[in-house]
Structure formats: structure tokens, C-alpha cells
Design a protein around this ligand. Structure first.
Ligand SMILES: [Zn+2]
Ligand SMILES: [Zn+2]
Ligand SMILES: [Zn+2]
Ligand SMILES: [Zn+2]
Ligand SMILES: [Zn+2]
Ligand SMILES: [Zn+2]
Length: 379
């Protein structure tokens, strides 16, 4: 459960050294105090170098003074403690007392590194026998930071037993009787540690819950994005289907109107044709009788000419020589065409109104309404 900081987590991303006075940016990233000052001096509107979040909210026109901004940021005192203890484990690894032997142990109390024999001595000496000694291979900077005794802030040789809330300092009993006698709020360090731990635990609970809620909300948003995509596809398909339908109606109407026109013209043409055939028949009869009459007047046989004149006159008089046959008039189909076109326009309008009603399921409609409301607010 305890989170052990990897070596790179102790490293400032700007100077790449272990943190010096790590400051907590509004985004939660850490940078050395001095690194933020240089970073802000190099670029007045510089954001966090890791995530570009603003280091300071823009306040009016005055550009903020870097030192003031940075000193107002909280210091990560836990990281400070870890960094403070890390060098003990990083340096050459030799026993502090006999520097030709490898250190295998470290005293988490006084940070002395020891070979096995020095460790035995450390455990025997009255002054140090109560110290906790651990193997260098397993101890971490976090373990060292956690095991170091709290030292009095006033004189670091003494163990701090108390916490002066007025001065916000851990102090020893003698400092309490001397320098902090007048202070009103003095607590036992353990009690103060316990309440700080409780506060941090409830913070962790709060952050866990907020994290879960945010994750859930992001999942919900993803679902809504997917729903919007599906809705888009469905609506597109519906539009395609309706437009195909409309196209079919238009095609059908075109076919019908063309048939009306061609039927009407065919009927008229047939009537003209019949008329022409009849006139041609009459012309045939006229031609053959004209031939008979011409031959009679050219040959003039007696008395056949007299008979011929008699019979041909009767015949020609009985022939219909008129050229004024009435062809059937052309019937313009325009009223039917108009009706057909009007019908298809009505059908198309109905289809389009139906389409509008079917389009956009709730999710997209809500989004559109939301956009509309926002639009309304701003304009
Ligand atoms: Zn740095
Ligand atoms: Zn950041
Ligand atoms: Zn020790
Ligand atoms: Zn030694
Ligand atoms: Zn003291
Ligand atoms: Zn005090």
C-alpha cells in the first residue's frame, strides 16, 4: 500500500536533480522553487512544463512577480524529507568508520552506514543501542524518512516530543519550558501526527471518491459519444432511404407523364394515318377512272364512246372525290399531367414532413437544445 517513490520521482523535471524545496503547482506536479522562478522568468506566461496548466491564474493586467507566486505555492514537505534521506543510500556504500569495508547496514536513527562488525558495536554502545539498524539492500529513502526521529526545530540534537501550534514547530521539552512557555497551543507530537494522519486519510478517501466519480462520468461521456455516432448513422440511413423513396416517386411520375404524352400523340398519329389511307384509296380510284376517261377520248371507238361516256359518268358521279375528311383532333393530356405532378409533390411533402419527425433521437435533440440555450445566453 505504501507508495515507494522511484528515483526519477525525486527528480525535478526542469533541472533533473533531486528536488530542492519542491513546490506543488496547481496541477499537482512538483518543481524546485528555484526552477519555477527561472522557468517563469524565461517566459512570462509559462505554464507547468509537464502539462502546460497555468502556474498562476491571470490576475488583471499586472504580470505576477515569480518569487511571490512561487512562495505562495505549498511545499511538498514529504518529498523534501525523502530527498533529504536519499543521498545516504546513493553514496559509495562504504562503512562510515572503516572506509575500506562495504556498508551492509544503515542506522535509520543517525544515518550511519556500517559494516557487520561496526553494526555490532553500534548495537552494544549505550548511546546507540536503542537505534534501529536496517540492511542497506532493503531500506528505502521513504523508510529512512519515516524512521528518523523527529528532531527539535530549535536545536537539532534533541528529540522533539511536542508540537507548538502557535509557532508551527516540533520542539523538545526543554524548548517548551524555555522558549515556548507563553505559547497557548502545545500538543504532543504523537497526537498531532495522529490528527494529521487522520486528515490525510480522509483527504485520500475524498480524492478516491472524486477520482471514481470522474472516471464514471468519462465513461458516461464515452457512451454518449458512441450513442451520438450511432444516431448519426441511423439518421443518415433514414435520409438515404427517404431520398431513395422520393427518387422512386419522381421516376414513377416521370414515367406516367411520358406515357400520357406518348399515348395521346400515338392516338392522334393513328387517326392522321387512317385519314391518309382513306385519301390514298380515293386518289387510286380517281387515277384509274381518269385513265379510262382519257383512253375513251383518245381512241374514240364508235359507238363504244357513247356507252363509255354514259357508264363512266354514272361511275364518277358515284365516287367520293372530296378531300375534307375530318381527322380526330389531338387531345392535350395537360390536365392529367398536372394532376400527376401535383400528386407527387403532395406525396413528397408528406414524406419530408415524416422524415423530420423521425430524425434525431433524444440524445442529439437534447444536445441541439443545449446548444440552442447556450447560443441564447451569449447572443
Ligand atoms: Zn529543479
Ligand atoms: Zn502540471
Ligand atoms: Zn545510530
Ligand atoms: Zn566498519
Ligand atoms: Zn529544543
Ligand atoms: Zn511556540
Amino acid at each position: 500500500m505504501a507508495a515507494v517513490a522511484q528515483a526519477h520521482e525525486r527528480e525535478c523535471p526542469v533541472c533533473t536533480n533531486d528536488f530542492t524545496t519542491p513546490k506543488i503547482l496547481p496541477c499537482g506536479h512538483l518543481l524546485c522553487r528555484q526552477c519555477i522562478i527561472s522557468w517563469m522568468d524565461s517566459k512570462s506566461d509559462a505554464g507547468c512544463p509537464l502539462c502546460t496548466c497555468p502556474i498562476v491564474e491571470q490576475q488583471g493586467n499586472s504580470s505576477p512577480i515569480a518569487v511571490d507566486v512561487v512562495d505562495a505555492l505549498p511545499t511538498d514537505s514529504v518529498m523534501e524529507a525523502i530527498v533529504e534521506n536519499a543521498p545516504v543510500l546513493m553514496s559509495d556504500g562504504m562503512c562510515t568508520a572503516c572506509d575500506d569495508l562495504k556498508a551492509e547496514y544503515v542506522c535509520v536513527h543517525c544515518l550511519e552506514k556500517m559494516c557487520p562488525s561496526c553494526m555490532k558495536i553500534h548495537k552494544k554502545m549505550i548511546a546507540t543501542r536503542s537505534h534501529d539498524v536496517e540492511s542497506v539492500s532493503t531500506v528505502t529513502p521513504e523508510r529512512l524518512a519515516a524512521s528518523r526521529p523527529a528532531l527539535c526545530a530549535e536545536h537539532v540534537t534533541e528529540k522533539a516530543e511536542l508540537f507548538c501550534v502557535d509557532h508551527n514547530l516540533a520542539i523538545c521539552t526543554s524548548c517548551f519550558s524555555n522558549k515556548h512557555r507563553a505559547c497557548l497551543d502545545i500538543k504532543s507530537l504523537d497526537e498531532k501526527m495522529k490528527s494529521a494522519e487522520d486528515a490525510l486519510n480522509s483527504l485520500r478517501e475524498k480524492l478516491l471518491e472524486a477520482g471514481d466519480n470522474l472516471k464514471q462520468e468519462i465513461v458516461n461521456l464515452n457512451v454518449r459519444v458512441q450513442t451520438a455516432d450511432v444516431t448519426e448513422q441511423q439518421n443518415m440511413a433514414l435520409v438515404d432511404k427517404t431520398c431513395d423513396q422520393l427518387q422512386k416517386m419522381v421516376d414513377e411520375c416521370r414515367k406516367q407523364v411520358k406515357k400520357l404524352i406518348s399515348d395521346s400523340v400515338s392516338k392522334f398519329k393513328k387517326s392522321l394515318c387512317d385519314f391518309k389511307i382513306e385519301l390514298e384509296k380515293r386518289l387510286g380510284k380517281v387515277t384509274s377512272h381518269k385513265h379510262l376517261v382519257t383512253r375513251a377520248t383518245t381512241v374514240r371507238p364508235r359507238p363504244a364512246l357513247i356507252h363509255a361516256a354514259q357508264t363512266l359518268t354514272d361511275r364518277v358521279n358515284s365516287l367520293d372525290l372530296s378531300d375534307d375528311l375530318e381527322a380526330e383532333p389531338w387531345v392535350n393530356p395537360s390536365p392529367e399531367i398536372t394532376k400527376c405532378c401535383d400528386d407527387v409533390v403532395t406525396d413528397i411533402s408528406d414524406e419530408l414532413i415524416g422524415l423530420k419527425g423521425l430524425l434525431i433521437v433524444d440524445e442529439v435533440r437534447n444536445l441541439l437544445n443545449l446548444a440552442y440555450v447556450q447560443h441564447d445566453v451569449f447572443f
